[in-house]
Design a protein around this ligand. Structure first.
Ligand code: NAD
Length: 344
């Protein structure tokens, strides 16, 4: 299949290119390199032993996008291109809506233009807002920041598109906290400028680029009082995007049923989660969330065994919940992190 990948030079996009090529697809990267290095394309070439075609285009530029779609004639599009920093989205909301919403409308219209009906959209678990209960279901949807709202708006547009065009197959994948890098070490998460999420910081401390990791929050109801998050390995996530390209094939949609996540991951030293599809539906849309916040049992891991490994792990609070009142926790001795940390 000819697969056009917007944002294909980025963190998740570049790993998805590898998986798509491995699955036998022809790919085209479309990226404006606002948050990726051009070097990634050469690295992808070395990694896959193939020349990886790329077009430097901003998805806000409809004319340029149309030209690329006309030339490549994609049979499917995986749409990653976008801005993703929750904090920044509150400072420059208009830019987030321009890139994430208007840019996505351009992508949808470009698909229409060339008669392409297969789209995998990279949404986010931020569309679940502040969960009312855990683990979360696929509803209700809400957003508490411009980034989340921009994703939710695109999802709404896609739901309308699916209703209007039953011949379209649209998969919306929601996830958070992809981490890790390709085994080759050639590609990974290398954001331009200051990282907006935890793992690049951890990696930079580990490699000596930064002196310490700041850990925010110390009174969460966890074994050491610091925040706990769930993670998915980026290669699993990339494979899931490629799998989602096929979900509506008649051969597989006949047997596709919703199934619960069978492999959970927890914030510990080793991110581990398998891709899984939930909520495959016959109305032209599939939603998917590979990793969800989990119920926590104090001092125990999810399989009930003592959680010693996670006690040694340096953890940082996630976005925004550090100031929420938490129940008093039993004091446990903190045995020290893997990385130098500064406690706040
Ligand atoms: P990333 O910043 O590494 O990748 C995004 C890519 O899009 C970059 O290569 C960037 O240069 C490109 N891009 C940005 N604006 C563009 C524009 N106007 N035109 C063309 N290209 C543009 O981010 P990522 O972590 O790989 O995320 C990819 C997608 O996944 C994003 O849509 C993001 O919202 C979503 N997502 C990411 C996470 C996460 O934690 N990384 C979690 C959930 C969802």
């Amino acid at each position: 299949m000819r697969v056009l990948v917007t944002g294909g030079a980025g963190y998740i996009g570049s790993h998805t290119i590898v998986e798509a090529l491995r699955a036998g697809h022809d790919v085209l990267v479309v990226d404006n390199f606002s948050n990726a290095s051009r070097d990634v394309i050469a690295r992808l070439g070395r990694l896959t032993n193939r020349e990886v075609p790329v077009r430097e285009v901003d998805i806000r530029d409809r004319a340029a996008l149309d030209e690329v779609f006309d030339d490549f004639r994609p049979e499917a599009v995986i749409h990653f291109a976008g801005l993703k920093a929750v904090g920044e989205s509150s400072q420059i909301p208009a830019k987030y809506y321009a890139v994430n919403v208007a840019g996505s409308i351009n992508v949808i219209e470009a698909l229409e233009q060339v008669g392409c009906t297969r789209l995998v959209f990279s949404s986010s678990a931020t569309v679940y807002g502040d969960p009312q209960y855990l683990p979360i279901d696929e509803l209700p949807l809400s957003a508490s920041n411009p980034y989340g709202r921009s994703k939710l708006q695109v999802e709404d547009i896609l739901r309308d598109q699916a209703a209007a065009r039953p011949d379209w197959a649209i998969a919306i994948l929601r996830y958070f906290n992809p981490v890790g890098a390709h085994d080759s070490g050639l590609i990974g998460e290398t954001p331009s400028g200051t990282p907006n999420n935890l793992m690049p910081y951890v990696a930079q401390v580990a490699s000596g680029e930064r002196e310490y990791l700041s850990v925010f929050g110390h009174d969460y109801d966890t074994c050491d009082g610091t925040g706990v998050r769930d993670y998915i390995h980026v290669v699993d996530l990339a494979a899931a995007h490629v799998a989602a390209l096929r979900w509506h094939d008649p051969s597989i949609s006949a047997s596709a049923t919703a199934r619960p996540c069978s492999r959970w991951s927890r914030a510990s030293r080793r991110p581990a989660a398998g891709p899984c599809l939930t909520g495959l539906r016959r109305d032209g849309l599939a939603t998917w969330h590979p990793v969800m916040p989990t119920r926590r049992v104090r001092g125990a891991s999810l399989d009930g065994r003592p959680n010693a490994a996670s006690m040694r792990c340096a953890r940082a609070g996630g976005s925004g919940s550090a100031d929420r009142p938490r129940p008093q926790r039993k004091k446990t001795r903190y045995r020290g992190p893997f990385f130098p940390i500064e406690r706040r």
